[in-house]
Ligand binder design. Structure first.
Ligand code: FAD
Length: 362
């Protein structure tokens, strides 16, 4: 039975493990420093909103396009996954021309207009003052506190074994496969997110943090909003998203490249809350930011990477490693598309191995 060790229990590692475990006759082990339930600055996934706001400007990009049908299915058919439908309002501000409007979310004729069932461009008269273009569609919001444990439960149901460990070198994973599947793993999946810049054997110098500060409140609001910018500086954002199943509302945020600071900045927190309440006064019934009922302040570090996500295979110390890291702001909305690619690469490695005479196999 081929044996695969996945390093990482964030959304990238867990989704990869789940799809790999669904392959026939595959023994999958997940090894991670942090697991769902932990909140740590080195572990990005729990901090995400998370919703689906298309970002890729490449119409042929498969990551988001292939992920949407599965997230839509979970929202419609699997309530225990903690994903629900939410309307999303995107606004394009003219002052953000040149830079910020590079996200597909703010495109006037986007590739995803046909991906969502109800994408519609808003009438100019309905737009707030100063907004030149707006669109609305039904997206989803993922309660990560429910969704990550749900992914673990799906993995367990498919025979995945979980082990806690801190690896200093990627090759250490080769000796950590589950009992009964052979002395060494056949393939390692590297889903270490931001820490890919520190893992021996990888040490990717292109990986950097993109700091996201948030405020989680008990107040609820619809729709989710995402204007193209704010008046508080280039690295500050405005978004709101109410999570499924009593998960509260995430108020964001920031996009601070290269910033490792794990502590919420109180001044930024006030600006985040003020922007949210100004944009959606119904959040507090018109009571201003004093009407916000705060659950917690938080900071997550998105795994940015110069050159974009890394999904490719590499032979390290005689074992094939399939990398799946560097998803920046779109780890959830691209999770199934990326994990499918991981499975393809694993299939390629397995077929090549089967075609090779035994004495030549690694
Ligand atoms: P991580 O979640 O960081 O997981 C890495 C795993 O690797 C962990 O288990 C860690 O312990 C393990 N690991 C690392 N090194 C080692 C080692 N040496 N030994 C053992 N284990 C190791 N994305 C969206 O799609 N939609 C959103 O709305 C969204 N909103 C966001 C909002 C904020 C504020 C932030 C911070 C992020 C947001 N994101 C969003 C981005 C998304 O959260 C990330 O892209 C995603 O979580 C990255 O997941 P990952 O599994 O690659 O990394």
């Amino acid at each position: 039975m081929p044996s695969i060790v996945v390093i990482g229990a964030g959304v990238s590692g867990l989704t990869s493990a789940l799809l790999l475990a669904k392959r026939k006759e595959t023994a999958v082990t997940v090894v991670a420093k942090h697991m769902p339930g932990d909140y740590d600055i080195e572990y990005t996934s729990p901090w995400a909103g998370a919703n689906v706001l298309p970002m890729s400007i490449d119409a042929d990009s498969r990551w988001e396009r292939r992920t949407w049908p599965e997230l839509k299915r979970l929202a419609g058919e699997v309530p225990e996954a903690g994903v629900h439908f939410q309307s999303l309002l995107s606004h394009r501000r003219p002052q953000d021309e040149g830079g910020k409007l590079s996200d597909a979310l703010f495109a006037e004729d986007p590739w995803y207009a046909t991906m969502f069932d109800d994408y519609q461009i808003l009438d100019k008269e309905k737009l707030p003052p100063g907004i030149k273009f707006g669109a609305e569609f039904t997206s989803v919001c993922i309660n990560t506190a429910i969704y990550l444990p749900w992914l673990v439960s799906q993995c367990l149901a498919h025979g995945v074994v979980f082990r806690r460990a801190v690896l200093r070198h990627v090759s250490e994973a080769a000796t950590m496969s589950q009992k009964g599947s052979g002395p060494r793993a056949d393939i390692i999946i590297n889903a270490t997110g931001l820490l890919a810049c520190r893992l021996g054997g990888v040490m990717d110098p292109d990986v950097f943090p993109v700091r996201g500060q948030i405020v989680v409140v008990r107040n609820e609001v619809t729709p989710m909003i995402a204007p193209s910018g704010t008046d508080d500086g280039d690295d500050e954002l405005l978004y709101t998203m109410t999570r499924a199943a009593g998960g509260g509302t995430i108020l964001g945020g920031t996009y601070q490249k290269g910033n490792w600071d794990p502590n919420p900045d109180p001044n930024i927190a006030v600006r985040i809350m003020r922007r949210a309440v100004e944009a959606q006064p119904q959040l507090t019934g018109g009571k201003g930011i004093e009407g916000l009922d705060i659950i917690r302040h938080g900071v997550g570090l998105r795994p940015g990477r110069t050159g974009g996500v890394r999904i490719e295979r590499e032979l390290i110390d005689g074992t094939w490693v399939v990398h799946n890291y560097g998803h920046a702001s779109w780890g959830y909305q691209g999770s199934y598309g990326c994990a499918e690619r991981v499975v393809e690469l694993v299939n390629d490695i397995s077929s090549e191995r089967e075609a090779r005479p035994l004495h030549m196999q690694a």
